[in-house]
Design a protein around this ligand. Structure first.
Ligand SMILES: *Cc1c(COP(=O)(O)O)cnc(C)c1O
Length: 389
């Protein structure tokens, strides 16, 4: 078999080509107070994979994807997003900043990487309906990708989602179910409906392919920087699937022997939604209700808490929180200095980088990368206070 699944909690290995979500041994869905247990990680026969990265890249990473055929992917430009380089001086130090702009995906967010892979897998399994719960971007992404693939999408979203994201879902022709309640409620309802109707579920982390889809950004970073990885990569964190995808992509390269060191990955959370950070050393998970303008990282129970925590501990990752004010200021500064307009969740990663800059950068290494995960046009309301006359 090309790939297997290993449980992040109990290490049980699952050999199957069929649809699988949580671990069959220890898998437990999230409750109102605890993250899910038994998220699966996809692993490959690493010693059988070419150490020649150019070869892997030429085949669009198919050797490291859990699908048979790259043409199962939608006929849309997923990934291969632009990388920009900026150089400047700070406290006498040369600073390099790379920005990887994933707002340039077809539905304008990073989520397309996951939706595309989930959709491709469904296509190979001849499943024609995919369901998801979302705070907005995962849903608008799945809706767009399914439209391109002639699949049906059913999206559960809290009523409070920004209008642009809800509009996208409708325009792409998906069935939109607005939930009178939060994301957690939408999550449970989507699983229930999926089980009842036999739909494939794209819920983040719950479906292990969401992490596999998101990891391709790490391969692109390696490719675009010709192997010269940055010292630090700033990633906004809500459920912890994007950051785990970044780690997983580099971990694949480590296991094949293409790289020999994991870059430092900085998990940036909003001060008002930092349940990953505040529980990183806790034995028992303690939820603080989230409240931030960055809706895409506003999460009470991070759905990929345990895997993310394992990655951060294993590879000496860093954690950082930024206030809503810092996020808004960062969003404005980013727009003004680069021409890149990011949604608040994405601007949070840039705010994290700015925090490091304002501290003594000499203490840090100087080659940095910020992941821009979504377009500013997705949430215009969030920035109105900045531009009020
Ligand atoms: C989903 C999302 C995030 C956070 O990703 P997680 O996997 O939930 O940590 C960050 N930014 C944007 C724009 C997103 O849509």
């Amino acid at each position: 078999m090309k790939f297997k699944y290993v449980c992040t909690n109990c290490r049980k290995v699952h050999e199957t080509n069929e649809v699988i979500y949580l671990c069959s041994e220890c898998g437990k869905n999230a409750t109102a107070t605890t993250p899910p247990v038994g998220i699966l990680k996809v692993i490959y026969n690493y010693d059988k994979i070419s150490k020649n990265f150019a070869e892997i890249a030429e085949n669009q990473y198919i050797d490291l994807l859990p699908i048979r055929d790259i043409y199962s992917m939608p006929n849309l430009a997923i990934g291969n997003t632009p990388m920009y380089e900026y150089a400047f001086e700070r406290y006498g130090e040369e600073i390099t900043l790379f920005i990887k702009d994933d707002s340039q995906n077809p539905t304008y967010s990073f989520k397309d990487r996951a939706s595309a892979l989930v959709s491709a897998f469904a296509k190979e399994k001849e499943i024609d309906t995919i369901v998801a719960a979302s705070t907005g971007n995962a849903g608008s992404s799945l809706a767009g990708i399914c439209a391109a693939q002639q699949q049906k999408a059913i999206i559960y979203v809290p009523k409070s989602a920004p209008i642009a994201k809800l509009t996208q879902i409708k325009m792409y022709g998906a069935k939109l179910v607005t939930v009178d309640g939060n994301y957690d409620k939408a999550f449970d309802l989507s699983i229930e409906a999926g089980n009842k109707n036999g739909w494939y579920n794209r819920n983040t982390a719950y479906n292990p392919l969401t992490i596999e889809g998101k990891k391709t950004v790490a391969f692109e970073i390696y490719q675009q920087l010709e192997g010269n990885l940055p010292n630090r990569i700033f990633v906004p964190v809500g459920d912890g699937v994007i950051i785990s995808g970044v780690y997983k992509g580099f971990e694949d390269l480590l296991k094949i022997g293409i790289i020999d060191k994991m870059p430092i990955i900085v998990a940036v959370q909003a001060e008002g939604s930092k349940n990953l950070i505040s529980n990183i050393d806790n034995d028992e998970f303690i939820v603080e209700p989230s409240n931030t303008i960055a809706d895409s990282i506003s999460v009470d129970i991070p759905r990929n808490f345990y895997m993310t925590r394992n990655f951060i501990k294993e590879y000496n990752g860093e954690i950082l929180q930024v206030s809503d004010k810092e996020i808004l200021n960062a969003s404005k500064a980013l727009s003004e200095t680069t021409g890149l307009f990011a949604e608040p969740a994405a601007a949070a990663a840039f705010a994290g980088f700015m925090t490091y800059l304002n501290e003594d950068i000499a203490e840090h290494e100087s080659k940095n990368l910020v992941l821009l995960t979504g377009s500013g046009l997705k949430d215009l309301a969030a920035v109105q206070e900045l531009i009020a006359e």
